[in-house]
Design a binder for this molecule. Structure first.
Ligand code: BES
Ligand code: ZN
Ligand code: ZN
Length: 481
């Protein structure tokens, strides 16, 4: 269920509440006794982000310390995590509505607190049937921001972003038994058309006519057809001459293909369309917020499986732009479908193309779940802007190089390029491969680390995290003139 965030100036003193404060003395007007305030003062030592709980029998009052003047990215992230941190008490006490009092008149911190709470409250329970287990589902439905300073627009935007992240997580968490490439395209259609975006889904016949050899090559082992979805948001008034394009890897399940994954390496591979889910969520959010910027989302989608007619190591395929690729490992499939999409993006003469993909285990190994690996060309200014957005929303990126030297890693003896590099710099050789299909400002984001969590990670939750939406939305917001 969606967790709604609303704004109010009137909130009944009989309802559950959390007071965000830097100074305990400010609690006086909210019905706290001198003893209670004195107690909080003695417990609080500087710079801590403590939370106190007061059981009023009919309701709960929580007091959450936040850092004064906390406007830097780290302080805002502390607020998101504190909002998430309170959830166990809220849901543990079966609370359905909570007021957040912006006692210090600090909208940034209070919105971040609500954001962490709303995002952390997500659950994927569609397939749960056990009655006893249902009793322990999250109860929180409404977060009521009690504030004079918070604007209606910022609350509306936060709801849009939360909804986009929820939808994106749902898509990632759905198994391939439900979410085939066709279904992924239909979900994109359903979500984005409703908000006024134009959505075109190209089917297998169309993809064949276009000669997208990368997407068709990966799809050869599948009994389900591939799709290529184009989502366009072009409001009458837009600030950019050429579109911003987001490309998302939509491998709805990655078995590795004939180079079958082994051991535990396959278990989470329903998450291999997290890039696509992030692009769908971002397009949904941009359209719903009616941002006056021309943006296009491209989603090549298929599953990657072994079969009688699946592509095999040594096969040579011809990509959409005519480049020939020696497929030496069928598990390096993401770059094949993305190569076609990146080449297709040229026709729009884009301002910038950003692709998001759970592309390499090497990116995950390099920086863990904490950030994504970024590479790019002709994009210095955009890279800095994206870094700043990422720092602010805490979807951070670390830039890796794309020096010419790495080009030799993907040299092929028989074709123009091959689809794997050597034993080292795996994230970069993948980036180098993708670069071959671009001639415009381009940024590649390898989200293999942060896209999916095996166990709960604060407000990012467990399973699909929806990573990528908040950074891209913030970046596009920066393009509104
Ligand atoms: N989907 C995987 C990458 C991945 C790994 C995503 C872990 C999320 C978590 C990708 O298609 C893949 O299998 N990459 C190979 C490339 C290799 C064969 C060159 C990898 O990283 O091992
Ligand atoms: Zn793979
Ligand atoms: Zn993959």
């Amino acid at each position: 269920m969606f967790t709604l965030i609303e704004k109010t100036t009137k909130f009944s003193s009989k309802e559950n509440a959390v007071y965000l404060i830097c100074d305990a003395a400010k609690l006086k007007p909210y019905g706290f006794s001198a003893d209670e305030i004195g107690y909080i003062k003695t417990q609080f030592s500087k710079n801590e982000t403590k939370c106190f709980a007061f059981n009023r029998l009919a309701k709960w009052d929580f007091v959450q310390f936040i850092k004064k003047d906390g406007k830097d990215a780290a302080a805002v992230e502390t607020c998101r995590k504190a909002g998430d941190g309170l959830l166990s008490r809220i849901n543990g006490n079966k609370i359905s509505k909570i007021g957040i009092f912006d006692v210090e008149d600090n909208p940034v911190n209070s919105l971040a607190f609500a954001e962490g709470m709303a995002l952390g409250n997500y659950q994927f329970i569609k397939y749960k049937r056990n009655k006893d287990e249902k009793k322990s589902f999250n109860t929180l439905e409404t977060i009521s921001l009690v504030s004079k300073k918070i604007t209606d627009k910022s609350v509306a935007e936060l709801n849009i972003l939360t909804e986009a992240v929820y939808k994106s997580r749902d898509l990632v968490n759905e198994p391939v038994a439900f979410l085939t490439a066709k279904k992924l395209a239909e979900e994109a259609e359903k979500l984005c058309r409703k908000e006024g975006a134009k959505v075109e889904v190209m089917n297998k016949a169309k993809i064949e006519t276009l000669k997208m050899g990368g997407l068709l090559g990966v799809n050869r082992g599948s009994i389900d057809p591939p799709t290529f979805t184009v989502i366009e948001w072009k409001p009458a008034k837009h600030s950019n001459k050429h579109p911003y394009i987001f490309v998302g890897k939509g491998v709805v399940f990655d078995t590795g293909g004939i180079n079958l994954k082994t051991g535990n390496n396959m278990g989470d591979m329903k998450c291999d369309m997290s890039g696509a889910a992030a692009v769908i969520g971002t397009m949904f959010a941009i359209a719903k917020a009616k941002l006056p910027v021309h943006v296009i989302g491209l989603i090549p989608a298929t599953d990657n499986r072994p079969d009688g007619n699946a592509q095999v190591p040594g096969d040579v395929i011809t990509m959409y732009d005519g480049t020939t690729v020696e497929v030496l490992n069928t598990d390096a499939e993401g770059r094949l479908i993305l190569g076609d999409a990146l080449a297709y993006a040229k026709k729009y003469k884009p301002e910038l193309v950003v692709d998001l993909a759970t592309l390499t285990g090497a990116a995950h190994a390099a920086i863990g779940k904490y950030a994504m690996v970024a590479m790019g060309s002709k994009c210095e200014k955009f890279m800095e802007e994206l870094k700043a957005s990422g720092n602010y929303v805490c979807e951070r990126l670390v830039e890796f190089p794309l020096w010419d030297d790495y080009r030799e890693l993907i040299k092929s003896e028989v074709a123009d390029i091959k689809n794997i590099g050597g034993s080292y710099a795996g994230a970069i050789s993948a980036g180098k491969f993708l670069e071959c299909f671009t001639d415009y400002p381009w940024i590649h984001l390898d989200i293999a680390g942060p896209a999916f969590m095996d166990s709960r990670d604060s407000y990012r939750g467990q399973g699909g995290t929806g990573w990528g939406i908040r950074i891209l939305f913030d970046f596009i917001k920066g393009k509104v003139k």
